[in-house]
Each structure stands twice: as C-alpha cells, then as structure tokens.
Design a protein around this ligand. Structure first.
Ligand code: ACM
Ligand code: ZN
Length: 518
C-alpha cells in the first residue's frame, strides 16, 4: 500500500513501478491547462532530466469526469501510462498532490508505484487556523504554510487577524487601526505568570494588496481564506485606537501580556455597530470567502453590567440580563454579514443560546453531546476543534500524537453521525510561538495526523499504519526544510514522563523544541 497522507480511500496495487527517466508525452483535456503546467513544473523540479515531447515513452493524460465528487480524483498508473482524472480544478490539484507523494527518487530518475487510486474527502471543511494577531509571521511564512496545507489536502486557512495584542489588516476607513492597533511596545515570554518580556516592540500588518495576493495564492491551492475579526471581546488592539467603542471609553495601550484580557466592544452603543458595519465592508471586499469568523469567544460580559448603554439595551429588548447581550450582539452582526452575502461563524464556547441557526459553531470546549445533537437537528453546522486534541499550540507532552490522531470528530454529538459536522480544524494560537522553528515543531507530525481525520474514512484509519506512512513522509518534508518533532517527543511516553511539568500557563514551551534537537 502507498505511503500517502492522508490515507487514500481506495487503492488497488498493480505491481511494479512507472519510471520517469526520459521523454514524457503530456495530453491534457480542455480546462486542464493550469494543472498540466503545474505537473510539468513539479516533475521538472524533482527530475530535471525529464523532457516533454510528443513521442515520449511515458504518456501522462489529464482527463475530466464531471461525475466525480468535488475534490475527488482518480489516479491510474499502469505500464507506461499515468492518468489523472477529476471533475474540476480542486480534484486535479489533489491528484497532483497525491502523485507528488507517490514519486520517489531512483538514481537520477523518479518512479511511482503502478496502482489505481480512487479518492474523495470525508469532510468539506479541513482547516488550519493561524493566529497572526499575537505573532506576525508575514507573507512568505503564510505562503509556505499554504503549500504545506495543500500537500495534506487541507482546504481552509482560518486567518486570525485581530485580537487583544494586535490588528493586522490595513484600513482606509479607520486609519488609526493601521498606525496604532498594529504595534505593541513589548511581548511577554515564558508563560502568563512569568513577568518576563522580550524587550522589543512588535508590529506588522498586511496591506490590502498583500492580502489579495495571499488569497489568490491560496485559491490556486484549493484553499479558502476565512478571515477572523474578533468581537465583541478579544479586541483590545482596536480599542487602543478607538476607545470610545468600549463601555467606559477608557484609553489603554495595545496589551503586551497574554491570558484572557477583559476588554470588549460595548454591545449597547450604536457607534459599535456603525463602526463594525463599515469595517466589515472593508474585510468583505478583501476576502471572497462565504464563511466569515467573528470570534465571540471568552466574552468579557461582566463589564457590561455597569454600563448604562448596555443596561438600556437590555431593557429595550426585554432581555433577562446583560448575559443575553452576547446572542443579541452576535445576531446583529450575523444579520449584517448575511446582508453582505456571508455566512458567519463563531467559537461556540459553551453553546450560546438564541444564536441564528445559520451561524456555524466552532466547537473547542467540551460540550453536552445531546445539546449538540439538538443543535444539529435544528440545522446548526459544527466545525470541530477540541482544545485538548487539536490545539497545535499545546506541547506534545500535553497532546501526544496518538491523542490527536485517534480523536473522532463525531464524538461531540449524541447521534455520532457525520450529519451536522461540517468539518475539522487545527488551531495554532501563537502567544508563545515566535518563529518558524516552533511553528514547524508543533505542527508536524500533528497536522498530518489531523489531516487524515479530515479526509480519510474513519474505518480506514490506523495509528500503526499512519506511523509507517509518517516515517516515509520525512524525506519529503526534509526536502522542504520542515523541522518536524522527533517521534520520541510526540509519544504518549513523553507525556507520562513530563506530566504536569508543561502547562500553557507557566512554562516556556521552547523546552520541548530544545529537547528535539538533542
Ligand atoms: C479559544 O481558544 N479561546 C477559542
Ligand atoms: Zn456597554
């Protein structure tokens, strides 16, 4: 069986190899010019001696079959013929990605095993969340991650671009967002109780043209960029520039520390909605994705109790108390987004009640399974991202690879069915992740394990077999310069040895990275 990750859903092994060691005759159907060009680039890069000519000994055909599922594909490799079939560009992209993993160097040429693969994804939404509000990585790093996401058939970059410690999108409507909210004086290191700081200013943002370029780059890899503009809380960076949007109007600088900070837009003020409406217009114009994430997690609702505007809104709307301002706020923003042609999404925390059913919930905390089933049966969609299985920011001694791999997304709902589970996501929060070394270490092999759950039928998964394929994957990631974690650190044994010594709140997680180099 092949070494492909995520594991393919159907595979027949014919025996023998097809070897690219001379001429290749490439035939592409109409619509497939782009994929043909990508195939040429890919093969030439890994086998520079290959020549594309009409009388090549190996024939590569790229064909269309409109009946294949969206993102599905067929690869047939037999004798001297390689055929890639899909219904659309998404399927061809994944056929190429699978082929890239099948190709192995043999001397100066490359070979792939003769086989037939028929493949299609389990879930529609297979995402990685990148928090660039806490740590700004920049265009080059994001594009590198998009390449790696595509390699493992992930199709959503959930881009967390606004939080307490930073706001990362150029704004013409609100220029202070660009000049004030995108920089902070310092950055805390070593955990929330450390009292230690980096000692340097941190800043960064994306111009509108850079964002458009990244969205386009993602699209070419079948990846949709879902932006996240956090509200009503986790918005201190915005409030540093526009303090009148908070309940008290108090001016404070962009925070330099991490942990849950208690600042919030005032959900009782008209100005809040006017500001967000205009800002959302700017974001909606930049991001063509239908889905739009508005955060809504860890709301600092206690601030609302003493605010005259909030109390007035409670009274005017007949609410039971300020705690009901969250669904009211989310619904008002959801209606705004819906009018702009978007489908809103929020972190579901503990399943807020009364939120419009078309708002997708991202489940990160443990939830009542029956309540989830009831939400699903009333039309709610869920993206599953449990903090104790899929949070890639957590150290391996807290979430060893096995825990990520073996998690079954439908376990969040009482009926255990795929219905209502829109997909899965691996969040990468970056309070304590300052560079590519830590990013790679925490993401790999985790992202591969997670990607397999998103793509492959549960009945075909096996941790033992995944580990075999992960080992086979290492030379490819080595060739890309990805600094993945060594097996001994991702094992449950490492968890047992270090239990309790690495907690998000107190320990500098770079300890694990240092040990990875030993
Ligand atoms: C979250 O981790 N606060 C969504
Ligand atoms: Zn208020």
């Amino acid at each position: 069986m092949s070494d492909v990750i995520p594991k393919v859903n159907s595979e027949t092994v014919y025996g023998g190899d097809l070897v690219f060691d001379g001429g290749v005759r490439l035939c592409a159907c109409a619509d497939a010019e782009d994929v043909a060009a990508k195939f040429k680039t890919m093969l030439s890069r890994i086998c520079p001696s290959v020549v594309f000519s009409g009388d090549g000994a190996v024939t590569v055909s790229i064909e269309k079959d409109a009946l294949l599922p969206h993102e599905g594909y067929v690869i047939d490799i037999n004798g001297d013929a390689l055929t890639l079939i899909a219904a659309n560009a998404a399927g061809w992209t994944y056929a190429l990605v699978t082929l890239r993993q099948l190709l192995k160097p043999v001397g100066k040429s490359v070979a792939c095993p003769c086989c037939r693969i028929e493949d299609a994804p389990r879930f529609k939404y297979r995402g990685l969340m990148l928090d660039e509000a806490r740590n700004f990585f920049g265009e080059e790093e994001v594009k590198r991650l998009l390449d790696l996401m595509c390699l493992y058939k992930l199709n959503v970059l959930h881009w967390h671009l606004s939080d307490d410690q930073g706001y990362r999108v150029e704004s013409e409507a609100f220029p202070l967002l660009t000049t004030v909210s995108t920089r902070r004086n310092d950055t805390q290191v070593g955990g929330v109780k450390s009292g230690k700081f980096m000692g340097t200013e941190a800043s960064g943002y994306y111009t509108k043209s850079k964002i458009r370029a990244i969205v386009e780059y993602a699209k070419e890899r079948n990846i949709v960029v879902v932006p996240e503009l956090e509200m009503p809380s986790h918005c201190s960076a915005i409030l540093a520039a526009y303090p009148k949007l908070s309940c008290t109007g108090e001016k404070k600088e962009v925070p330099t520390t991490f942990g849950t900070l208690h600042r919030s837009f005032c959900p009782g003020k008209r100005e809040t909605y006017e500001f967000l409406d205009k800002l959302l217009d700017e974001w909606c114009e930049l991001f063509p994705s239908k889905l739009f994430h508005i955060g809504a997690d860890e709301t600092a609702g206690s601030l609302w109790k003493n605010c005259p505007d909030c109390r007035k809104t409670v009274a005017e709307n007949g609410l039971a108390g300020t705690h009901e301002l969250l669904p009211l706020f989310v619904n008002r923003i959801a209606d705004m987004l819906s009018a702009k042609g978007k489908l809103p999404m929020i972190w579901s925390d503990k399943l807020p009640r009364g939120v419009r059913k078309y708002v997708t919930y991202e489940a990160w905390l443990p939830l009542d399974h029956k309540a989830v089933a009831a939400e699903v049966s009333s039309g709610r969609k869920f993206v599953v991202a449990p903090y104790d299985r899929y949070y890639a920011c957590q150290p391996y001694c807290m979430i060893p690879l096995k825990k990520t791999y073996e998690f079954e997304p439908t376990s969040i709902t009482a009926d255990k069915s795929d219905a209502g589970i829109f997909g899965v996501e691996m969040p990468m929060w970056t309070e304590w992740v300052y560079d590519r070394v830590k990013l790679d270490f925490n993401l790999f092999p985790r992202l591969c394990a997670f990607a397999e759950t998103g793509w492959t039928a549960a009945s075909r998964k096996s941790l033992h077999d995944f580990k075999r394929r992960w080992n086979a994957q290492k030379p490819l990631l080595d060739s890309f310069g990805v600094g993945y974690a060594k097996d001994k650190l991702t094992s449950p044994g490492a968890f047992a040895r270090n239990k309790g010594t690495y907690i998000w709140k107190t320990v500098d997680q770079y300890d694990e990275v240092r040990r990875n180099k030993l």
